[in-house]
Every structure is written in C-alpha cells, then in structure tokens.
Design a protein around this ligand. Structure first.
Ligand code: VGL
Ligand code: ZN
Length: 199
C-alpha cells in the first residue's frame, strides 16, 4: 500500500530569529509543524550540515558579502553568512520542535565544494542524497513538505520530489521564506507550475 510521509525541512536554530541566517518568523511555525508531525504516519527531517569554511559561505570568498552570488562549477550560487556548521548549536533543531518520532534525518550540504538546498539532490542537480531511493524502498509515494525556507530548501525539495515522481504538497502555513530579490514569488510560481500542490 502506498504511504505518505511528512518531510520537515531545516527547522534549525540558525534559520530562526537570533540565528546566523534567520528567516523572518521562522520560529512561529514550530507549533504548526509539531501538529503536522503528530498527524503524519512517517516523518523525515532534513538538517543543513555544513563543514566550517563551506563554499556557500561568503566568508570563504575574499571580497564577497552574504547574499551576493558567485559562479561555481555547477552554476550560480548565492553566498550566505556562516550557518549550520556541523556540531554547532546553530545546526541543532529548534528546541521546541517535537521531532523524536522522526524515522530518518537527511543531512545535506556536507561536501565543502557544493551546496545542497534540496533534500533529494545537491545543487548540481546530479548528486543524489539517497532520499528518493529510501522513499521508494519504503513504498512511500506521497510527500508533504514544510519548514524553512519556503523559497530555497523547501521549494527545491518540492520541485525534485515532483520530478522524482512523488505526489507532492507544500503546507505553506508551516513554512517561512527568505525572499531574496523576489525569490518567494518566483519559487512559489515554479512549484505551482511543476505540479506541487500548495496547501
Ligand atoms: C537554506 C540557504 C542556505 C534553507 C539552507 O534551508 O533554505 N537556505 N542553506
Ligand atoms: Zn545552508
């Protein structure tokens, strides 16, 4: 029988107010996400998990500032403040998140030379995280996504989920966005056009 899973994207301290890459209102969604977790038959979490001096950090590119872009071998990459460094408290899940029932934690962004927004593929759109195979082996055909940030990790995960053949929805009330240069409108449109159900 086909089963459903909830994928909770990057609900980590660094993406919440007070964190290194705070998403406005990022902590407001914690109670909503907790309710979704309680109701979900299977729960999977992602955790942004960068080594120090990761290539997505502006601090790794002399003369560059956060939110500027660089061209990487795999294409254009936005530069971020140092965030979600492996083992740091900023990389921990928000303390209010009730995540203990999660069956899998997918860590991503752990290769120094490449960023990974999506839960499925790194930013070269070629290197898999293994999540699609895990879901298929477990007979999960439908995924719902929530978390941070709507216009980056949630959106790229949703686009890849659809492309991998999963029936995909995003619970927008349980997401918050960064909205860099109109990215929230652009990525919302891309998700809708790709066949992601926006709830
Ligand atoms: C994210 C930027 C950099 C996200 C992660 O979770 O949306 N955004 N790393
Ligand atoms: Zn990151």
């Amino acid at each position: 029988m086909a089963e459903d899973a909830l994928i909770v994207i990057d609900m980590q301290n660094d993406f919440c107010p007070g964190g290194a890459l705070a998403v406005p209102g990022g902590d407001e969604i914690v109670p909503i996400v907790n309710r979704l977790i309680e109701a979900a038959p299977h729960v999977i979490l992602t955790q942004d998990w960068h080594p120090a001096r990761h290539s997505s950090f502006a601090s790794s590119h002399p003369g560059k500032a956060p939110f500027q872009t660089v061209t990487m071998p795999y294409g254009e990459q936005t530069l971020w403040p140092d965030h979600c460094v492996q083992g740091s408290s900023g990389a921990d899940f928000h303390p209010g998140l009730r995540w203990t029932t999660a069956e899998l934690v997918v860590r991503k962004g752990f290769r120094t030379g490449i960023d990974s927004y999506s839960a499925f593929f790194e930013n070269d759109h070629l290197t898999p995280t293994g999540l699609a195979g895990y879901l298929r082996e477990r007979g999960i055909a439908k995924v719902s996504l929530c978390g941070l940030a709507t216009d980056f990790c949630v959106a790229y995960s949703a686009l890849d989920a659809v492309a991998e053949g999963f029936s995909t929805s995003v619970v927008l009330a349980a997401c918050r966005g960064i909205d860099l240069n109109g990215s929230l409108t652009a990525m919302t449109r891309r998700m809708r056009e790709a066949g992601v159900e926006l709830i």
